[in-house]
Design a protein around this ligand. Structure first.
Ligand SMILES: [Zn+2]
Ligand SMILES: [Zn+2]
Length: 230
């Protein structure tokens, strides 16, 4: 037996990992094989905004009527069940051990290659919210996936907004209007930007952020989110 194997056996003996779904002891953090199969993978979705649909290769009504300011949303799981629980645990209970399993599952579930760009921009939190929470979960997830391509402060949250979770679609749009601004020294002109967020619901937040980046000269914007609600 190699020394590395022995160390990992000893490590899991003293620091066991528990399945996020059923609590069973597993070799590394994340989900056991049967809970993995219960994760809400998306089958059919809008080719542009990623919203779940009943058939493949379609644009949803909203994208047909109002084409969004981004090229495409990359997402392969629904925001529900065990997947939503894990994302909430990361965000509200500092479950940082979930960063790596979340990214691993997301990557495996994605149909096709991981999108690449010049820079990766996580949706920023307002300074006040960042102080309350202590971290930006989208930034941590983005770093887990893209490493050094993630830039800080390219986009700034200039207006404190209330939580979107209890608002309707229209209220969400109004709530995030003028919430973002590009950093005065940011180099955005001509760049292909990956906009990164943990959860996309109505899309109001990423649309507003993409609009601002486009106005600042970005060439193309694609969106990467860990979960799609709707
Ligand atoms: Zn399990
Ligand atoms: Zn759509």
């Amino acid at each position: 037996m190699a020394v590395g194997d022995l160390i990992s056996i000893l490590w899991s003996f003293f620091f066991p990992a528990y399945c996020e779904g059923c609590g069973k002891i597993i070799p590394e953090p994340g989900w056991c094989s049967s809970c993995l199969q219960k994760l809400p993978f998306l089958e059919y979705q809008c080719v542009r905004c990623g919203v779940p649909l009943l058939a493949d290769d379609h644009l949803c009504g909203s994208c047909l009527q109002h084409p969004p300011p981004f090229k495409k949303v990359y997402v392969s799981l629904h925001y529900e069940g065990l997947w939503a629980a894990a994302l909430r645990r990361l965000k509200f209970h500092k479950a940082f051990w979930l960063l790596s399993p979340i990214i691993k599952v997301w990557k495996e579930a994605l149909k096709g290659p991981i999108p690449q760009g010049d820079v990766v921009v996580p949706i920023p939190l307002h300074v006040k919210r960042l102080q309350q929470r202590g971290f930006n979960q989208s930034r941590l997830l983005a770093q887990e996936l893209y490493g050094k391509k993630v830039v800080k402060d390219l986009l700034v949250r200039v207006r404190y907004t209330s939580s979107q979770s209890k608002l309707g679609v229209r209220e969400r749009l109004a709530n995030v209007r003028k919430a973002f601004a590009p950093h005065p020294q940011a180099l955005i002109q001509g760049k292909k930007i990956i906009l990164f967020d943990d959860v996309m619901t109505s899309g109001a937040t990423v649309k507003e952020a993409a609009k601002v980046l486009k106005k600042a000269g970005a060439r193309e914007i694609v969106v990467v989110v860990m979960a799609r609600a709707g």
